[in-house]
Design a binder for this molecule. Structure first.
Ligand code: F6P
Length: 324
């Protein structure tokens, strides 16, 4: 392998810059050239890339976002788009790719490898933490801390006004962010897609909270939860059924994707990406690097895509006990 390409794709996540830095520095260490493609697969199709050396990535470890920018390319989902991308890789003399992103990114990498023989290594970077083959994805820890900090602030005003707040968090179809930030911020209820606890239970629990002397409450709602109502309808429903509650809604949205990465995410990104470069140097391909029980492990990309990374539902029980 003489030249490695790197890109970030899909939703950005804090720590992606630390990941790019680690790829570039590991390439330099192993005397391999490195180029970065802008805007994920879209930049690849357009042949939009930059040569990177150890100094090109100075200081970026501290920043959120991604210096290579990111995109969800529709064109790459077509055979023609992928053929164009492969052509551009050939022109740039790139021998292998390191793809930082989520499952959509890995599916793209697999297609590139199968249709055009480009060796790919995936690095899990998404705030959602919804990737199998790793306990943690890059950006998840930072997002959790952002959410907990935001809920702490909401709690201040909730308790000053005796209010009930529904706080919607990201996570797509997975409840990792909701579940862990909910426990970290001491939420009274946590609604996640993996477990539909039902409206009745929510009302009973809020009623019980009030009777036990609580004057304000926080309900963390995952954006993908399956209770059958969106967060605004949910607040209305609770107001109709429990009129003594002054219910408000906060949708945290994209603030969860930004900000300086935590130390955990920087270290994770660094470890995963050094391993990604080393796998390519060892002639490995179509693998994803992950962290399992604090060890860096490689899994086949196909296997990672076919397996589900499940939330720990025992955390719902813990939340129940602690919100008594
Ligand atoms: O996958 C990361 C994520 O932030 C999800 O939590 C969310 O559902 C989605 O991306 C939002 O996507 P977009 O960047 O298109 O707003």
């Amino acid at each position: 392998i003489r030249k490695i390409g790197v890109m970030t794709s899909g939703g950005d996540a804090p720590g992606m810059n630390a990941a790019i830095r680690a790829v570039v520095r590991a390439c330099a260490y192993y005397h391999t050239e490195c180029v970065g493609f802008y805007r994920g697969f879209q930049g690849m199709i357009e042949g939009d890339y930059v040569t990177l050396n150890a100094r090109s990535v100075r200081n970026i470890i501290t920043y959120g976002g991604t210096m290579l920018q990111s995109a969800r390319s529709k064109e790459f989902r077509t055979r023609e788009g992928r053929a164009k991308a492969a052509e551009k890789l050939k022109e740039a003399e790139v021998d292998a790719m390191i793809l930082i992103g989520g499952d959509g990114t890995f599916k793209g990498g697999l297609a590139l490898s199968e249709e055009h023989g480009v060796p790919c290594i995936g690095v899990p970077g998404t705030i959602d933490n919804d990737i199998a083959g790793t306990n943690y994805t890059i950006g998840y820890d930072t997002a959790l801390n952002t959410v907990v900090e935001a809920i702490d602030k909401i709690r201040d005003t909730a308790s000053s006004h005796n209010r009930l707040f529904f706080v919607e968090v990201m996570g797509r179809d997975a409840g990792f962010i909701a579940l862990n930030s909910g426990i970290g911020a001491g939420a009274e209820e946590i609604l996640i897609p993996e477990e539909d606890l039902g409206l009745e239970r929510l009302l009973n629990s809020l009623e019980r909270s009030r009777r036990s002397g609580k004057t304000s409450s926080i309900v963390v709602v995952s954006e993908g939860d399956k209770i059958g109502k969106n967060v605004f309808e949910l607040a209305e429903y609770v107001k109709e059924n429990l009129p003594y509650y002054d219910a408000k809604v906060t949708v945290l949205g994209h603030i969860q994707r930004g900000g300086r990465p935590t130390c955990f995410d920087r270290v994770l990104a660094s470890r995963l990406c050094v391993k990604a470069v080393e796998l390519l140097m060892d002639g490995k391909r179509d693998m994803m690097v992950g962290i399992i029980n604090n060890e860096i492990k490689a899994t086949g990309i196909r296997e990672a895509l076919q397996t589900e990374h499940k939330v720990n539902k025992d955390l719902l029980r813990i939340s129940d006990i602690l919100s008594t």
